[in-house]
Design a protein around this ligand. Structure first.
Ligand code: SF4
Length: 228
């Protein structure tokens, strides 16, 4: 589909990430609108993730969460304790569950980060991970998207002047560890090109070729995929 000059198209992280992972998956989800019911273990994992994200957001906003903490399950309490003992205590709170919209060329990019913190003259995007299978490798596009967008936004607000002042930290609440991703000018250019290239492929590639990989067995569209 060709992009009309008069239409401003919006791209969410989820949409771009899915196309990056597999164009066929993107087609099944966004074009064919195939609805897949998740299995119970996945639903329960996502419920735990939502509980922790909400709790952390309320805590960072200074709300009284004592009753909520008392009602946590054993596993949720473990995740919560790992959050409290993480590096957040050394950082200054700026915002949480921050939704952003950024115009790049004729497109809008939209997303939401878990939290933004300040460390002296530097800013840190924080992202909580509650799943046991987290690795920086499987969130590579999220890293690209968050660092590029938040850098553009913070630079426009005059908060930062160079990419090195921004970093992204994944806080792995299951393992009680964190992964710090640094940013620089070369990555900024690389990430911008990567995002624009992806948008260009979505607009100009009607074939939606498949990316058959070992990960297909974990794909929720596996049963609906014409390649299997
Ligand atoms: S099963 Fe594999 S090829 Fe098919 S949509 Fe999923 S990731 Fe893509």
């Amino acid at each position: 589909m060709q992009n009309s000059k008069n239409t401003v198209q919006t791209y969410t992280l989820a949409k771009l990430q899915m196309y990056d992972e597999c164009p066929q998956k993107y087609k099944l989800c966004y074009i064919d609108k195939v609805h897949i019911v998740e299995n119970l273990s996945k639903l329960s994992a996502s419920e735990t993730g939502n509980t922790l994200h909400n709790l952390i957001n309320f805590y960072l906003q200074g709300m009284d969460i004592s009753k909520l903490i008392a009602s946590l399950s054993k596993n949720e309490k473990l995740l919560w304790n790992n959050f409290i003992n993480s590096e957040i205590k050394n950082l200054k709170y700026i915002a949480s569950e921050y939704t952003f919209n950024l115009k790049i060329d004729e497109y809008w990019l939209t997303g939401r980060i878990d939290a933004l913190m300040q460390n002296g003259e530097n800013y840190v995007i924080l992202d909580w991970k509650t799943g046991e299978k987290f690795t920086p490798e499987n969130v590579k596009f999220q890293t690209t998207f968050y660092l590029f967008c938040m850098y553009e936004i913070l630079k426009a607000k005059n908060y930062i002047k160079k990419p090195e002042q921004l970093s992204l930290h994944y806080i792995n609440l299951s393992a009680g560890s964190s992964v710090k991703i640094l940013f620089d000018e070369n990555l900024y250019i690389q990430y911008k090109n990567q995002i624009l290239d992806l948008i260009n492929k979505i607009n100009n590639n009607p074939n939606y070729f498949c990316n058959k990989t070992d990960n297909c067995k974990y794909c929720k569209y596996y049963r609906a995929c014409p390649y299997y």
